[in-house]
Design a protein around this ligand. Structure first.
Ligand code: PAJ
Length: 271
């Protein structure tokens, strides 16, 4: 990968990297399209990163469809797919981990111990393998964005972080590879996450600033769905992920499926 990348670089081309875990959907493809517009060369990595999944999590059943992914990426005119195997990424004697600190601690960090260390480690390795000018991430995973931005600054990685808006279904549900786990009832109930974000954005646009009240508005639609167990509903700072702030973030379980979503209350909620 590095050899190919350095070849493109010598030819004067700019390189964009879109890191993914595959099972591609329109959210991923929006990142690829943005990268395509902004770079001479686009690399998409596909790697279901074992070290960002906790012991009880869905690593084994995470959806995988490399042939379909390759077809979609070919249609999207990407130049290369980087699809390393787990033993190439993590030989048995590889023990180094990237620990980002404060921004990785609350919310997702608390709910999924070790998750962001796994993300930060694999993103560091992907950036080292591709040496891109720009790296593309989705706002869907807002805390991941904050963690990777912190990582890039703290380790002077010099890559330009490009963030794309969340792609949603017509009822507001954020596209996610994990949505395939939902049965029809769960799928309907899942719209309550974005319904809370929409309601909180409307309250904020109407002048509401009381954090407790905004939090109640945010959590109410999920609270009204018997199939939905709320893990958290908070309004935090989008860079530090600590309170206070304007970024509404939610996480909930629908049976075995865990979903997250977010919205910056200063912006209108589209959809
Ligand atoms: P994955 O969940 O496959 O997501 C890859 C990228 O697509 C992430 O940047 C994510 O935020 C973005 N994405 C997912 N759903 C989206 C949506 N509905 N709209 C816009 N963008 C969306 O996130 C990961 O993989 C991994 O943690 C990774 C960064 C690859 C490290 O392993």
């Amino acid at each position: 990968m590095l050899q190919a990348s350095r070849g493109w670089r010598r030819g004067g081309g700019s390189i964009g990297l879109v890191p993914t875990m595959g099972a591609l959907h329109a959210g991923h493809l929006s990142l690829v399209e943005l990268a395509r517009r902004e770079n001479d060369v686009v690399v998409v990595s596909i790697f279901v990163n074992p070290i960002q999944f906790g012991p009880g999590e869905d690593f084994a059943r995470y959806p995988r469809d490399p042939a379909r992914d390759a077809r979609l990426l070919h249609q999207a005119e990407v130049d290369a797919i980087y699809e390393p195997s787990a033993d190439v990424m993590y030989p048995p004697d590889a023990g180094t981990r990237v620990h980002v600190g404060s921004v990785a601690e609350p919310l997702e960090g608390r709910a999924r111990p070790g998750h962001f260390e796994g993300v930060a480690t694999v993103v560091t390795k992907l950036l080292a393998a591709v040496e891109p000018d720009r790296a593309y991430f989705g706002q869907k995973d807002a805390q991941q964005v904050a963690v990777v931005k912190r990582l890039v600054r703290d380790l002077d990685l010099g890559v330009d972080m490009r963030i794309a808006p969340t792609v949603r279904e017509v009822d507001g549900l954020a596209l996610s590879s994990r949505n395939v786990y939902l049965d029809p009832e769960g799928r309907k109930a899942a719209a309550s996450l974005s319904a809370g974000l929409r309601a909180a954005a409307q309250a904020y646009a109407g002048g509401e600033r009381d954090p407790d009240l905004l939090r109640r508005v945010l959590a109410a639609p999920m609270g009204a769905e018997p199939l939905v167990a709320v893990e958290y509903a908070e309004v935090v700072d989008p860079a530090t992920f600590h309170k206070p702030g304007t970024l509404a973030v939610v996480a909930a379980r629908l049976g075995k499926t865990r979903l997250i979503d977010n919205h910056d209350l200063r912006l209108p909620f589209v959809r």
